[in-house]
Each structure stands twice: as structure tokens, then as C-alpha cells.
Design a protein around this ligand. Structure first.
Ligand code: CO
Length: 356
């Protein structure tokens, strides 16, 4: 039950890239007693849970795809600039939450010129973001400003975390990557008080969705010997995927990612993940991704190189207002990371990086 409460708090937090404060607050509140907290200079956060041996990092990114207010029209409508990858198909008529500098949350809806006024050719194409705006109900720029709204304010989707009819399935925004932060917290709390032969480091990075930025600076602080990255990864199990072999099926276990354009996962560490899942009978699925990227892309390049592997919870419709997961996949991700950390001794890590 605790995981559900944590997932609700995390997915309902407002945390677009560069504005991850609410997520970091939850991370620090949950892990403050598990170790010593520190940050890099962009706001990525690290909890050093101590222990002797190789430095083992469990990390996820705290940010979610969102927007910033680009400008306020004379009539009081907000133009947006995307922060992270959006498909404009998913935006019209969706509710947004603008967070002002004072912390006030203002609700709005994404509008456009309605189809009734559009020529046929425009009605059947994807509308560009430049033709959309957020309507917060203001009558003028001055009124919107009187509520504290300014250019640059972060804008996040507005969605409640809710259970679906099928047991274990939930809908929310930002499962990418609040499942990862929840996993770092859950696994971290457990492992902090468990006998280990390594130094445990738990982290939440900033600005992943705009190009893995926080991971690079976090790695300079954490100096990991090996890293396990947690992700909310896109599912490929819906209508339209019939012709491919699905590798991210909701409800079929934690996804062990071997490859994507940003990182060739360390072969030894990836195999250790698969072996550990098999030995522990932890439901899992293996993925070789043709697209996408994760914080592993940066962390692997820190120092002399850091073996990385990405564990994921398949989530349908990520980067939208309504994504769906099965919490059993989340539990499998936590269990696999715990089992892996227990096995990452000095001898095993040394063997992973011995090539001669
Ligand atoms: Co992500």
C-alpha cells in the first residue's frame, strides 16, 4: 500500500525540467533518515546511505515533460514553449497547471481556434503548438499577471493518480519517471538497513527530458563504480504493434534494457541483471530499443566509465496526461534492484570491469 501512496504523491507533484523542487522535497523527506543528503549545483539530489565497498548508484530522473509560459497575449492567453518531447496530438482540451514564482497553482485548458472555424485542410492535420494557447480564464494580460503568472513559469499536465478497474493498474501523468524515483526511495529505504558489501548511493537527477543534463553533473558528485537506472519506459503492447515482438508489455515484469541509441548497457552488468531476475524468479522482459535514451547515456561516460543498466516499468502513453502502469511491474523493478545490490561486492564489480 505504501508504494501506491508514494506513487500518488510523486505523480501529482509538479516537476518540469529545471523546476523539480516538489519531487526533490519528497525524495529528501523519504530518504533523509537513510543517509547523508547532498546535491549537485543544478539540483540533482544524492543520498549516501553508506557502507564499505564499491560505490553502487541507484538513480532515476525527477523531471517530467512539461512546458514554460512563453508569453502572455494582450487578451490574457498563454503561449507555451515545450520542455521535453511532446506530440501535439495529445494536447488540445487537456488541463494544465501553471506554477507561479510564489507557488500558486493556476488551472487552465489548452485551446485553439475550434474546428468550426478552420478550413478543411487544417482540420485533418496535426495542429502546431504555436497555434495553441492555455486559457486560464483571464480577461487580459494584466489580470493574468495580477495572479502572479509570468513568462518562464513552469506548466505541467493536470491529472490525478487513480486506480483502474483492473486490480494493480493505475492511470496518472509522469509515470515517466516518478516510478523511477519511487523505486529509488523504496529500494533505498530497504537497502539502507540491509547488510551489504558496497557503498549505496541513491539519486534523483534533474533535466533528463531535455537531454540527460542532470545525470552528467550528478555523476561528478556521486562518482559511482556501477549504476542501475530506473525508468518509466514506453510500452509497446497496444493495438498497432501487432507486427513487432513486444518488449515492454504492461504487467509482464520489469524491463531490462540492453541497448538504446544513448547507451550500450554494460554486458556483464546487464547479464547480471538477467541472471539475478531468473534466479529470484522475478518477472522480467528484455528490451533492445531502436529509439529513446536515458540517463545511462551520460552516467556511463563519467570518469573512466561507469557500467550501467536500465530497469524499466513499461508505461503506456508516456509524455501525455494519462499514462498507465501495472504496479506489479514496479514491485518487480524494486525487487530486482534490491537483489542486484545485495550481489554487487568488490569482487563482482572488479570482475565486471576486467578486460585483460
Ligand atoms: Co524518462
Amino acid at each position: 500500500m505504501a508504494a501506491r501512496t508514494l506513487l500518488k504523491r510523486l505523480t501529482e507533484a509538479h516537476g518540469v525540467p529545471g523546476f523539480e523542487d516538489e519531487v526533490r522535497e519528497i525524495f529528501c523527506g523519504e530518504l533523509g533518515n537513510a543517509g547523508k543528503l547532498a546535491t549537485d549545483r543544478h539540483g540533482s539530489v544524492l543520498c549516501d546511505a553508506g557502507g564499505k565497498g564499491p560505490r553502487v548508484l541507484l538513480a532515476g530522473h525527477m523531471d517530467e515533460v512539461g512546458f514554460r509560459v512563453q508569453s502572455i497575449t494582450a487578451g490574457g492567453f498563454l503561449r507555451l514553449v515545450p520542455v521535453g518531447g511532446w506530440w501535439t496530438h495529445v494536447l488540445l482540451a487537456q488541463q494544465m497547471e501553471i506554477k507561479t514564482a510564489a507557488g500558486r497553482k493556476i488551472i487552465g485548458v489548452v485551446g485553439s481556434k475550434p474546428p468550426h472555424f478552420l478550413p478543411e485542410s487544417e482540420r485533418t492535420t496535426v495542429m502546431a503548438l504555436e497555434k495553441m494557447f492555455v486559457d486560464v480564464g483571464a480577461g487580459s494580460r494584466e489580470e493574468a499577471e495580477s495572479w502572479g503568472i509570468r513568462p518562464g513559469d513552469p506548466v505541467a499536465p493536470r491529472t490525478r493518480f487513480e486506480p483502474l478497474a483492473r486490480k494493480g493498474r493505475y492511470i496518472a501523468k509522469a509515470f515517466d519517471n516518478r516510478v523511477g524515483i519511487a523505486a529509488a526511495i523504496e529500494a533505498g529505504k530497504f537497502l539502507a538497513k540491509t547488510k551489504r558489501s558496497n557503498r549505496l548511493l541513491l539519486a534523483g537527477t534533474v533535466q533528463e527530458e531535455v537531454g540527460l543534463r542532470g545525470a552528467q553533473t550528478l555523476a561528478a558528485v556521486a562518482k559511482p563504480d556501477v549504476a542501475i537506472l530506473f525508468e518509466g519506459t514506453p510500452a509497446d503492447d497496444t493495438p498497432g504493434f501487432e507486427s513487432i515482438v513486444s518488449q515492454g508489455v504492461v504487467g509482464q515484469g520489469v524491463q531490462i534494457r540492453l541497448h538504446d541509441p544513448s547507451a550500450i548497457m554494460h554486458r556483464g552488468l546487464a547479464q547480471f541483471a538477467i541472471d539475478t531476475a531468473e534466479r529470484g524468479k522475478i518477472p522480467h522482459q528484455v528490451a533492445v530499443r531502436t529509439g529513446g535514451g536515458t540517463d545511462a547515456g551520460r552516467i556511463q561516460l563519467a570518469g573512466e566509465g561507469v557500467p550501467c543498466v536500465v530497469l524499466g516499468v513499461p508505461a503506456r502513453y508516456i509524455h501525455s496526461h494519462g499514462s498507465i502502469i501495472d504496479v506489479a511491474d514496479f514491485d518487480a523493478m524494486v525487487n530486482l534492484s534490491v537483489a542486484m545490490v545485495k550481489g554487487l561486492s568488490a569482487a563482482r564489480v572488479k570482475k565486471l570491469v576486467s578486460y585483460l
